[in-house]
Design a protein around this ligand. Structure first.
Ligand SMILES: C[S@@+](CC[C@H](N)C(=O)[O-])C[C@H]1O[C@@H](n2cnc3c(N)ncnc32)[C@H](O)[C@@H]1O
Length: 238
């Protein structure tokens, strides 16, 4: 029997891979990298290039549709889970790589459910990774939460009402997947007077990293998919 690994490779900087992730990836027989657009390189795969040997290891690029339509997603998850299970049943060590952490808004979560349900005998080890949130806070030099503060993480696709609610209840709000609602989010932040507490981070950990704290500059930018906002309510000093 082989072994299945889910490896979090961090946000895109190879130096932010854990030693355990590096060891597992060097020893894997097969590495499966997810992509949503086959015309674009897999960020996860680019992050681990220096740790793998394509002459010895099989690299599979697997496409997952970028949609919320579950009638298209479920067959894609089933197909990927069957592919992973097939390699493990054949005695291979297969590593599914994912940006950030595998249990934090990752496709791997859906695969894990299917694998547990359909192939409960297969061993699965999950190697945590540094999430885009931790890497962004570190690069921007902003504390995420301190003392009794609370933090909410919201995929902006949840909608503007959910974002407004979180902003009213949490000292720090992290918005992921901001691209589709960017203009509406910025409008809301303006209405709530949160311009000075807003930080925009794109492609953290890569050569294309952008960090913006100036709201006018943020508003003029057109974000790509790998971007997030950290919004902090002003800290009262007394
Ligand atoms: C499906 S979630 C993946 C989260 C990932 N598993 C993690 O642990 O960071 C995708 C969202 O995470 C954020 N993200 C992921 N990588 C990023 C990066 N390198 N820079 C900025 N944001 C990133 C973006 O908001 C993106 O839309």
């Amino acid at each position: 029997m082989g072994q299945i690994y889910a490896v979090g490779v961090g946000p895109g900087d190879p130096e932010l891979l854990t030693r355990k992730a590096e060891r597992v990836l060097r020893n894997a027989d097969v590495i499966l990298a997810p992509v949503s657009n086959p015309a674009e390189a897999s960020v996860a795969l680019e992050t681990i290039r220096e740790f793998i040997d394509e002459t010895r290891q099989e690299i599979i690029i697997h496409q997952f549709p970028m949609t919320s339509d579950r009638t298209r997603l479920i067959p894609a998850w089933q197909e990927a889970a069957a592919l992973i299970a097939g390699h493990a049943l054949a005695g291979r060590r297969i590593a599914f790589i994912t940006i950030g952490d595998p249990l934090f808004y990752s496709t791997f979560i859906y695969l894990l459910r299917i694998l547990h349900e359909q192939w409960p005998q297969l061993p699965i080890e999950i190697i945590p990774g540094i999430s885009s949130i931790n890497a962004s806070a570190a690069q921007a030099g902003i504390p995420l939460v301190e003392s009794e503060e609370k933090m909410a993480v919201i995929p902006a696709t949840a909608g503007i009402e959910q974002i407004a609610l979180a902003l009213s209840q949490f000292e720090t709000v992290i918005l992921l997947k901001v691209k589709p609602l960017f203009a509406q989010i910025l409008e809301l932040l303006c209405r709530q007077g949160l311009e000075a507490g807003t930080v925009f981070v794109e492609r953290v950990g890569s050569s294309r990293q952008k960090i913006m704290t100036d709201f006018t500059q943020i508003s003029a930018h057109s974000p790509d998919y790998l971007s997030l906002l950290i919004i902090k309510r002003p800290v009262l000093l007394n």
